[in-house]
Write a protein that binds this ligand. Structure first.
Ligand SMILES: [Zn+2]
Length: 428
């Protein structure tokens, strides 16, 4: 149930260790000053009454100061290291795991003629100059996605001339902590092949933390116990699935999860694994998580034979997510249900549905190995070209694998497990 949508960075052999706990701390950093600014400014005024030659010189230096001013004002160090830093999208902070979580990616491109080795990433509060997070070592190495040919075994943090890296950021803040308004990043590199201790840094990737709350939804299942796999974490396969489609990169699966129904015997399947109907998930009702309007329906793709490694139809953009329905729930939020059962969605685009209404049934269509629901919320109705948004459930009960009771369940990520046998109130 995990091999969805193709690009899976966790299958990368560079992934060597389990994810580390993220800590948030702040320490004072020296304020940034450019030497000579005040002197140059004063000299420029004086130059008006001096020789033309001196005037020309001072005017040139004024231009330099004006050009650097945005950088100075932002608290960032000026740098000529030709690395492009881009943060394509910042999702709203979301509570989970006892913390407030801020999730985004930094894209790095090396425009220099030399290869660089990324050795550190500092996340800096633009207002205070304090370092909110400093990432290095194994954690840094494991936070990188490097698009590569199959025969390329170069280090993940080696940013060769002309190449691109994606750096996955997952910041946690104490619930009582005020989140910064804006952050920027200091990327520290060493020069590959240099015998000198040649370390350079470049600041950039300024982000404004969104103030919007994540949407609160009801569970997509009617009842029972459901295993939530590849749920929200910085290492889940969904989290690492950056897709380049329609001329840019997207990460719709930033907070996506997969769900499989678990029976009261603690099993997800009873009998022959290759028989679709033996899977407890198969044919289960799926519910609208909010009032919405149907924005997309695909309902004609046959199911795969479970665990066969085969697909009933060729995989392409039209078939990868299988039968699916997308609900427009307003405010540019679109709910995607993927891999559904053929013929289970009697809807047309534009139909209105109410929260809790049955909108389809779990299937095993598209790029799916066993019957399960793939679920995400994004900024656009397309199953690929959208940015993933966080969400919280209005009620669910989490079952701890350490204390399973009558049920044996597993969990991944802070999203934990299990939905709605006896819903508790309160968002998680
Ligand atoms: Zn999935």
């Amino acid at each position: 149930m995990s091999d969805l949508f193709g690009l899976h960075e966790t299958s990368d052999p560079e992934k060597r260790h389990a994810p580390k706990t993220i800590f948030v701390h702040a320490k004072d950093t020296p304020s940034v000053r450019l030497p000579g600014i005040k002197n140059v400014r004063e000299a420029n005024v004086d130059a008006r009454s001096h020789s033309r030659k001196l005037m020309k010189l001072m005017t040139t230096r004024w231009v330099l100061i004006v050009a650097l001013w945005p950088c100075i004002a932002a608290g960032q160090n000026p740098s000529i290291l030709p690395v492009d830093i881009e943060v394509p999208f910042v999702s709203p902070p979301v509570s989970g795991g006892g913390a407030s979580n801020l999730v985004y990616e930094i894209h790095l491109r090396n425009f220099w003629r030399k290869d660089l080795i990324l050795t550190g990433v500092d996340v800096i509060d633009q207002k205070t100059g304090g370092v909110a997070r400093s990432i290095s070592g194994d954690e840094l190495y494991e936070s990188i996605y490097k698009p590569r040919r199959p025969d390329d075994s170069s280090d993940a943090n080696l940013l060769e001339c002309g190449r691109v890296l994606v750096f996955y950021v997952w910041l946690t803040f104490e619930p009582s902590q005020d989140l910064p308004d804006r952050l920027y990043h200091r990327l520290v590199f060493s020069v590959a092949g240099s015998e000198m201790q040649d370390e350079r840094s470049v600041d950039g990737g300024v982000i404004t933390i969104p103030k919007t709350d994540p949407v609160k939804i009801s569970p997509p299942f009617a009842n029972g116990f459901w295993l939530i796999g590849s749920g929200p974490s910085n290492r889940s396969e969904h989290r690492r699935t950056v897709l380049a489609v329609d001329g840019r990169t997207w990460l719709l699966q930033r907070f996506a999860f997969d769900a499989m129904k678990v029976g009261h015997d603690g099993r997800m399947v009873g009998g022959d694994l290759a028989t679709t109907n033996n899977w407890r998930s198969y044919g289960q009702d799926l519910l609208a998580v909010a009032d919405g309007v149907v924005a997309l329906v695909v309902d004609d793709i046959p199911d795969n034979i479970p665990l066969s490694g085969e697909r009933a139809v060729p995989m392409n953009r039209e078939t990868h997510v299988g039968n699916c329905i997308v609900l427009d729930i307003g405010e540019n939020r679109f709910v995607l249900y993927g891999h559904l059962k053929k013929g289970s969605m009697p809807f047309n685009v534009g139909d209105q549905v109410k929260r809790g209404a049955v909108i389809g049934k779990v299937g095993n269509s598209g790029n799916s190995e066993a019957p399960h629901l793939h679920f995400s919320i994004g900024t656009r109705p397309d199953p690929y070209s959208a940015e993933g948004l966080p969400f919280v459930f209005d009620s669910f009960e989490s079952v701890d694998i350490e204390n399973p009771g009558d049920e044996a369940l597993l969990s991944t990520g802070f999203g934990a497990v299990s939905i709605t046998k006896a819903p508790r109130t309160g968002a998680r």
